[in-house]
Design a protein around this ligand. Structure first.
Ligand SMILES: [Fe+2]
Length: 172
């Protein structure tokens, strides 16, 4: 999340800060996802995550397009929120081995990532509208919709995996 301070004097500035924050968050996700895909075992989960990795590359490019339209340099501002979520993900991957239980944990983590992004893109889209930049709002909305779809996909995959995780638990 953007850090508030006396230096942020306008909604326009806050808007750009939030975009810089998201630009960093998306880069963090691009870096983290391959490890998560490796750790997942269910093919449906691997596929959903791999598809989202591809989309995330696109989200980075869309943000660059947004910076370009605003005439602002594409800068990354450290997103501590995403860093925190991804730190937890790494801990989960380190502590468990691939299994339906691990898959269930991965889905929980991936949905936290998605919800963070849904909140952040919802915010910047609203700022863009308010600032009279419906062209930029439309670009941000494309990504917002993909984040929502990725979240819904994970919910669907979870239904199948959580039932396997329950059976795995009963077998112990
Ligand atoms: Fe994204």
């Amino acid at each position: 999340m953007a850090i508030f301070g006396p230096k942020v004097a306008s909604l326009q500035e806050l808007f750009v800060q939030e975009l810089e924050d998201l630009y960093d968050a998306e880069h963090q996700i691009v870096k983290a996802l391959p490890k998560v895909i490796d750790a997942a075992s269910a093919p449906a989960l691997k596929a959903a995550l791999a598809m989202h990795l591809e989309q995330t590359h696109n989200h980075v490019r869309r943000l660059e397009q947004v910076f370009n339209r605003l005439g602002a340099p594409a800068r990354e501002k450290r997103c501590d929120g995403m860093a925190g979520i991804l730190k937890e993900v790494e801990k989960t991957l380190r502590e468990g081995q691939s299994s339906p239980i691990m898959d269930a944990a991965i889905i929980g983590a991936a949905q936290r990532v998605e919800h963070y992004e849904i909140a952040a893109y919802g915010t910047v889209r609203a700022f863009a509208e308010r600032l009279g930049r419906s062209d930029v709002a439309r670009v941000l909305e494309e990504t917002l919709n993909e984040e929502k779809a990725a979240d819904a996909k994970l919910t669907e995959v979870a239904r199948q995996i959580n039932s396997q995780a329950t059976v795995a638990g009963l077998r112990r």
